[in-house]
Design a protein around this ligand. Structure first.
Ligand SMILES: [Fe+2]
Length: 249
């Protein structure tokens, strides 16, 4: 981001009313997220109190020949229905939940016919996690094949990969969206990473990647406040506007 852009964004007043969290593990008993409906409810109440309007449930999903998309979706939808039934009794306290998945991109998943069903509800965007140290040539091929199927990948927590620069530069495709975990704004090293990332790509989305109410809880509000001080109006895009365009696409 240039200095001029930074100044312009700082001049803007915060417009964010409610945030959008597109990477969460909030469904009960499906992955390493909450172990009960009660825990899910606590996480979602906390998320709502921090200003999250829409929360996308993205349980981990690993698809190989022996694990198919249909059985994953059946389980995910069942867990969602069980939770939703409970939430409806006191609805105003919770964000609206949309469904998605955090799909492990460790092979050419475009070969599975029903893979598009793992996109975020009513959108063409799919949250994908890639193996640490993944070869970017391979990743480019796999993401290109997803594009051919009309799927737009969002690469989850780009902050986690040591070769993040290589991923961004080698992919060189403006259709790819990167997601950063909110926790990065809460540490000095994390903020330094964000500053460097902005030089390469400043249109990323920030999400919580919340898993529970202890070690990995929702931290979006605190992160947003720190981001707004540094980046002004750009923080509104990071924490809400860009993600909103995706889910309303
Ligand atoms: Fe995750």
């Amino acid at each position: 981001m240039t200095i001029v852009m930074e100044m312009k964004s700082k001049q803007k007043k915060s417009e964010i009313k409610r945030m959008v969290d597109i990477h969460t593990h909030c469904l009960p008993k499906i992955d390493d997220g909450p172990k009960s409906i009660e825990e899910s409810k606590k996480m979602l109440r906390e998320s709502f109190s921090q200003g999250i309007e829409v929360c996308v449930a993205t349980p981990h999903c690993v698809i190989h020949r022996q694990t198919d998309v249909t059985s994953f979706l059946e389980k995910r939808n069942r867990r969602y229905s069980e939770l939703q039934k409970e939430l409806e009794q006191d609805k105003p306290q919770y964000p609206k939940i949309k469904l998605g998945a955090e799909v492990y991109l460790d092979n050419d998943i475009s070969k599975y016919d029903d893979i598009k069903n793992l996109c975020i509800t009513d959108s063409s965007y799919m949250l994908v996690e890639v193996p640490l140290g993944v070869k970017t040539a391979m990743l480019s091929e796999w993401t290109y094949n997803l594009f051919l199927k009309g799927i737009n990948p969002i690469i989850a927590h780009i902050d986690r990969y040591e070769n993040w620069r290589e991923i961004i530069c080698d992919m060189d495709n403006e259709k790819i969206i990167y997601q950063v975990n909110a926790s990065r704004f809460l540490s000095f090293g994390g903020r330094r990473f964000i500053k460097k990332l902005c030089r390469y790509n400043d249109s990323f989305i920030v999400s919580s990647d919340m898993h529970n109410m202890t070690s990995r809880k929702c931290n979006m509000r605190k992160a947003y406040e720190i981001a707004f001080k540094k980046y002004g109006g750009l923080a509104d895009d990071m924490f809400g506007n860009t993600a909103r365009k995706i889910i309303e696409n």
